[in-house]
Design a protein around this ligand. Structure first.
Ligand code: NAP
Length: 247
């Protein structure tokens, strides 16, 4: 029997783990898709394509041309555009479509979170909250914070900001996770950090900073997730495999 072709929209730890597991199932054939927005993408699967599709029309064209049978969206919870495009393209082409959505980090009574809905809102609460802030929102929305003059920022991201980006005052650290709790505690201490700005990404790989903030009793300005398209969703890899096997 001809294997079913699955396109995995990836760029996350979960996508890599999912691909490893699916590759062991002979009746599936996997193609991994990465946006190609980092300088050294993690390409762990031979059958990987790189770069945007060209919006919904481009994605539909690719799905048809490559005779994709199943579309799995295992992108980051903040990658809202590609998730929306995937949901629309799959619905229009009537291709089975699954979203692998990792659970959010839940606030505990020991946490001091200030929950906001956007980076703009996060930037507004910072003045007066702390003088030294660990900004862990990646590089795309750095400019949102550049107008804040009385805060020093420690900014961590995978690749440096584009030359055209207005960068807030402070220090850049170029690193790719995961980060351990020990490393995150040391970072907060070394740079005398008084508050963290984080997206509510969920997952283990970057949770260390949230626990470190809890233990150091410093506030976290937590940017909430964008909305998720309607459609079938699972919260872990095991459930994603079960869903695929049920097709
Ligand atoms: P986004 O805003 O949702 O997507 C922007 C555009 O990038 C999409 O319209 C699409 O271009 C292209 N794209 C995104 N993911 C793609 C994929 N897996 N394969 C092919 N094209 C893709 O996404 P983003 O927030 O820039 O994130 C880009 C990638 O980085 C995602 O794959 C995501 O999983 C990963 N990532 C994101 C974050 C984050 O915080 N946003 C964190 C970790 C990893 P076209 O419209 O031309 O098709």
């Amino acid at each position: 029997m001809k294997p079913k072709r699955i396109l995995i929209l990836g760029g996350t730890t979960e996508a890599r783990e999912l691909i490893t597991k699916i590759s062991l199932i002979p009746r599936f054939e996997v193609i991994n898709s990465l946006a190609g927005c980092t300088r050294r993408p993690v390409i762990m699967w031979e059958n990987t394509r790189l770069g945007g599709f060209g919006g919904i029309p481009g994605l539909k064209h690719y799905l048809e041309q490559q005779q994709i049978d199943i579309l799995v969206d295992a992108t980051h919870p903040f990658a809202a555009q590609i998730s929306e495009n995937a949901a629309i393209a799959a619905t229009q082409l009537r291709i089975p479509h699954l979203m692998l959505v990792r659970p959010v980090w839940e606030k505990t009574p020991e946490d001091q979170w200030i929950e906001v809905t956007s980076n703009q809102a996060a930037a507004m609460v910072l003045p007066g909250l702390a003088q030294r802030v660990f900004l862990t929102i990646g590089r795309q929305e750095l400019a949102t914070y550049a107008y804040i003059k009385d805060v020093w920022f420690l900014m961590r991201m995978i690749d440096p900001p584009l030359a055209s980006t207005a960068v807030p005052a402070g220090k850049l650290i170029l690193e790719r996770g995961p980060f351990t709790l020990k490393e995150e505690k040391a970072l907060l201490e070394t740079y005398a950090i008084g508050a963290i700005v984080s997206k509510n990404s969920g997952g283990e790989a970057t949770m260390g900073k949230i626990i470190a903030a809890r233990e150091a009793k410093i506030p976290v300005v937590m940017v909430q997730r964008p909305g998720i398209p309607q459609g079938e969703k699972v919260s872990d890899i095991g459930k994603a495999i079960s869903w695929l096997e049920s097709l």
